[in-house]
Design a protein around this ligand. Structure first.
Ligand SMILES: Nc1ncnc2c1ncn2[C@@H]1O[C@H](COP(=O)(O)OP(=O)(O)OP(=O)(O)O)[C@@H](O)[C@H]1O
Ligand SMILES: [Mg+2]
Length: 318
């Protein structure tokens, strides 16, 4: 298995009025060529921060990278200049952002935006770019391409806008795709169609994927392997089968139980709800504050990821 992305000892912090907060603390995470890796965690876990760190799009300040290496094709992205990153973004690594409205520019038609990207990233002439834009609309199954391309983003529905973003992400043939909760702002019926489209495009293009989500079941539809992120740290890692069928970390168990089912179980919300004032403890497990099973050691020592069988790892003392 060749690793396309390999992250080591990555620490990313934000400087705020209350002091420095650690938002990401990843000992090791790699994505193999051709793999679809899912990153799942609650709001504020640091998922978007990781995506932005890889693409060097973090707002610096208040963010800063304290330490770490992000190797992409064996080269450390954190050492790249802005000029070098511009040649990587879009062409080698592309991203579907969380919010389509902030990705698309409201003052240009979708056609103008897509052709501009194709001219800039692919070096196409205007006429070639327009032709390719129509092909891309067909690729993402948007009927009546010319009409869609003549519209401003606000004239389209949420689902149509997200398909445009997906078309942009696949437009330049990047070998690595970061999809940051691409269906978060869509209602359930539209979500299914958009997810199906992404799954098809991944299969057809053989692209390597980092798929970010907050719902393990949705991520399971797309990914081969998954990592559970909790307050900036990986607490569980394994194949979809291992993690979704045999979750081992108490946080993963609670995350899975929080997904509504036909037969609702009563869950204790204190295990899942992070209190706004809850700051990171100086030591111990970051989940200990909410964990019902915690013991003395959990408050004293930070657990490291340990192997529990197959390709399955968890960071838990118990
Ligand atoms: N500009 C900022 N200044 C200070 N803290 C920030 C800033 N942006 C993000 N953070 C903090 O970083 C942490 C991680 O945020 P991030 O957006 O990466 O979370 P996320 O996992 O993507 O959440 P969501 O599911 O809501 O998108 C949060 O606790 C957030 O408060
Ligand atoms: Mg996010």
């Amino acid at each position: 298995m060749t690793e396309l992305l390999k992250i080591e000892n990555l620490k990313v912090n934000f400087r705020t009025f209350e002091g420095v907060t650690n938002v990401l603390n990843l000992e090791s995470l790699s994505v193999a060529k051709g793999e679809s890796f899912g990153l799942v965690g609650e709001s504020g876990a640091g998922k978007t921060t990781l995506a932005y760190t890889i693409l060097k799009l973090l707002p610096i300040p208040p963010a800063f990278v304290e330490s770490g290496v992000i190797n992409f094709e064996g080269e450390n992205l954190l050492k790249k200049s802005e000029g070098e990153m511009q040649k990587i973004r879009g062409k080698k690594v592309s991203m579907i952002f969380q919010d389509p409205m902030s990705t698309l520019n409201p003052v240009f038609t979708t056609g103008q935006q897509i052709t501009r990207v194709l001219q800039h990233n692919q070096g196409l002439h205007k006429a070639q770019a327009k032709k390719r834009a129509v092909e891309l609309m067909n690729l993402v199954k948007l009927p009546d391409p010319e009409n869609i391309l003549s519209k401003y983003p606000h004239e389209l529905s949420g689902g149509q806008r997200q398909r445009i973003i997906i078309a942009l992400a696949f437009s330049c043939g990047a070998q690595f795709l970061i999809a940051d909760e691409p269906t978060r702002n869509l209602d359930v019926t539209i979500q299914a169609g958009v997810l199906q489209l992404i799954a098809e495009l991944i299969r057809e293009t053989n692209v390597t994927v980092l798929f970010i989500g907050n719902n393990l079941e949705l991520v399971s539809l797309i990914c081969d392997r998954v990592g559970i992120l909790h307050r900036g740290q990986l607490v569980e890692l394994g194949s979809i089968k291992e993690v979704a069928k045999h979750p081992a970390h108490p946080y993963t168990l609670t995350l899975l139980r929080a997904i509504p089912k036909e037969k609702r179980e009563k869950i204790d919300l204190t295990q899942i709800a992070l209190k706004a004032e809850e700051r990171l403890a100086e030591k111990g497990c970051r989940y200990a504050g909410r964990c019902l099973k915690k013991e003395k050691i959990c408050l004293e020592e930070e657990p490291a990821l340990k192997h529990i069988g197959g390709t399955h790892y968890i960071a838990c003392h118990l």
